[in-house]
Design a binder for this molecule. Structure first.
Ligand SMILES: [Cu+2]
Length: 129
């Protein structure tokens, strides 16, 4: 039992390191108004996503790294894409990766589905061009 826990912790640590390397290499997520294929979105206890808007070209998979910079749990769920990110119950200072893909230009919602958060304004959008 103890041994299993150690192995599991090592796997998680490895995944985190790999995740950091991946997003660093892809970069570009923060470039002003540019198209992104990988981006990091921060969740805040002020019921905001930062950034609130992300752009991507139609048919281009968008890798989203969602990092919770708050104290309470947050989600990042996209809607309407042919592939949606569903990152739920991300704890304080944790991050999760997901992929959004849409082939039809338009605006797609990003929601935090924790109780009351969408209603409190914890929404964003992906503009598919
Ligand atoms: Cu939230």
């Amino acid at each position: 039992m103890q041994r299993w826990k150690v192995v599991a912790a090592a796997v998680v640590a490895g995944a985190l390191v790999a995740g950091c390397g991946g997003s660093g290499a892809a970069g570009g997520g923060a470039s002003a108004g540019g198209d992104a294929t990988a981006t990091t979105i921060i969740g805040l206890d002020t019921m905001k996503f930062n950034p609130e808007t992300v752009k991507v070209k139609a048919g281009t998979p968008l890798k989203i790294t969602f990092r919770n910079a708050g104290v309470i749990a947050h989600d990042l769920v996209t809607e309407g894409g042919s592939q949606n990110a569903k990152l739920v119950n991300v704890g304080s200072n944790k991050s999760q990766d997901g992929t959004f893909l849409a082939s039809t230009p338009g605006e797609y919602k990003i929601l935090c589905t924790q109780p009351g958060h969408t209603e409190a304004g914890m929404v964003g959008k992906i503009i598919v061009e």
